[in-house]
Design a binder for this molecule. Structure first.
Ligand code: CA
Length: 224
């Protein structure tokens, strides 16, 4: 049987693991389940999964630490599973390098859809390197770094960079949160437009003075 690839689920709740397994196997994926962080890290190393679904609240080594350790050894896409909406800010804020997250309770169908998007993104041919200049800032897709008018280059997370690139590439236009979600995250985020705000906040913090304007009631714009 051909499979779409191996998905590693690191999750301590058996019931969730069973449900996720059922859906992913139905969709043609092979699912490996690890019940704690140590087993999960071993599976990342030994079983070559294509994507990791990682529960934030694990016994022993927690999800944040597991994600950090995965990132220290690999670029494999990681989708975090979080128990509460409030934990989202934490994941994004800590910059642990996750590619995406879903909030429990999630629908397994939604999770399968997210995995597809993440895999598609990770397999897309790299863009032709190019640089956009905005107000003295250089946004470089080749190096995936941002060079401020003064000082050292800064490397935002992958998602932050994609967001900034999208805004800069459409400079002069006001972009709504849902437009941004669709373009940068690749699908309708079920109305979780707050995600955009959190990432913009992070960008402003890291890139002090970056000219991203808030357009009240609509979204964001980088001025032309
Ligand atoms: Ca848990």
């Amino acid at each position: 049987m051909t499979t779409r690839g191996t998905v590693l689920l690191i999750e301590d709740e058996e019931a969730i693991a069973d449900l996720v397994r059922m859906y992913f196997e139905q969709e043609g994926y092979r699912l490996i389940h690890a019940a704690d962080g140590e087993a999960g890290l071993a599976a990342v190393r030994d079983r070559s999964p294509r994507v990791v679904l990682l529960d934030l609240g694990l016994p022993g080594v927690d999800g944040i630490e597991v994600c950090r350790r995965i990132r220290a050894q690999s670029d494999i896409p990681v989708i975090m599973l979080t128990a509460r909406d409030a934990e989202v800010d934490k994941i994004v804020g800590l910059e642990i390098g996750a590619d995406d997250y879903v909030t429990k309770p999630f629908s397994p169908r939604e999770l399968v859809a997210r995995v597809r998007v993440v895999l598609r993104r990770s397999e897309e041919a790299p863009r032709i390197p190019s640089v956009i200049e905005v107000d003295g800032w250089e946004i470089d897709t080749g190096r995936r770094e941002v060079r401020p008018p003064q000082g050292e280059p800064i490397r935002p997370t992958a998602r932050e960079f994609d967001l900034l690139w999208y805004l800069a590439d459409n400079r002069g236009l006001v972009l709504s949160r849902s437009q941004i979600l669709e373009a940068v995250w690749g699908y309708d985020y079920f109305g979780e437009t707050r995600t955009v705000d959190v990432h913009v906040r992070q960008l402003r913090k890291k890139l002090d003075g970056i000219p991203i304007e808030t357009v009240w009631g609509v979204g964001y714009r980088v001025a032309d």
